[in-house]
Design a protein around this ligand. Structure first.
Ligand code: 6PG
Length: 235
């Protein structure tokens, strides 16, 4: 489903509405998979402010779909952005924040550690399509069609076993190593929610909508796939 919104602020509001609706489940624990980059920051600030009363904070666990392999205080860190926009502004129990270990010896080691943490939370080493890992997975769209840190042409696109992998420098800025969830893990969700805004995303969005085999178009989920795009991004 594609929803066209007037601008980036409207995309963030529409996303907040969908996220709080997906979190209105009585489940004891709910997992949200956050995306990085700049687009989702507005959404995170909204969740901590206007939507604060509608988030069951003690029951929500926060994971990351990918992370740059940089120190947590680096300007390129997705954790740093989420901390400033959300975690430091809302009653999030520290135990509910699941960071990717960017202090590990390598992106691959961080990936192994994160995969174990996801499997511990899920309670199994194999994903069951009838029991999604996440209530919602937030994703962005890179100008080259990447999503999370799965880049076009990357052999990781064909990965079906691992949940998390290390990614050496590639793709777009910031040109740093990364750790990313694989598409099957990202697809284990009730809803895949893409947030896309701005004219610089036009080409990538057109290519995805034209059915080109890009990572952002590759995720297959039993759940819903929803694109929230603004007019600027929809050429
Ligand atoms: C990352 C993100 C990445 C992002 C897109 C869009 O860590 O970089 O996960 O997939 O969502 O690159 O980034 P912007 O929102 O900054 O345009």
């Amino acid at each position: 489903m594609i929803e066209v919104l007037d601008d980036a602020a409207a995309v963030a509001t529409a996303a907040a509405e969908r996220v709080v609706a997906l979190l209105a489940e009585p489940q004891e624990r709910l997992a949200v998979c956050l995306s990085g980059g700049s687009t989702p920051e507005r959404l995170y600030r909204l969740l901590a402010s206007e939507y604060r009363a509608r988030v069951p904070w003690p029951r929500v666990h926060w994971f990351f779909g990918d992370e740059r392999f940089v120190p947590a205080d680096s300007k390129d860190s997705n954790m740093r952005m989420a901390k400033q926009a959300l975690f430091d502004r809302a009653p999030v129990p520290a135990a509910n924040i699941h960071a990717i270990a960017t202090g590990a010896a390598s992106p691959d080691e961080a990936a192994v550690l994160y995969e174990k943490e996801l499997q511990r939370f899920y309670g199994a080493e194999r994903l069951d399509p009838r029991r999604p890992l996440f209530a919602v997975v937030l994703l962005g769209l890179g100008e080259d069609g990447h999503t999370a840190s799965v880049f076009p042409g990357d052999p990781l696109l064909a990965e079906t076993h691992r949940w998390v992998a290390g990614v050496e420098r590639q793709g777009l800025a910031p040109l740093v190593p990364r750790v990313t969830l694989m598409l099957p893990a990202l697809a284990s969700t009730r809803e895949l929610l893409f947030l896309v805004s701005g004219a610089r995303k036009r080409e990538a969005l057109q290519r995805v909508l034209a059915g080109e085999h890009l990572p952002a178009a590759h995720a297959r989920t039993e759940g819903a796939i929803v694109w929230l795009v603004d007019r600027e991004a929809l050429a």
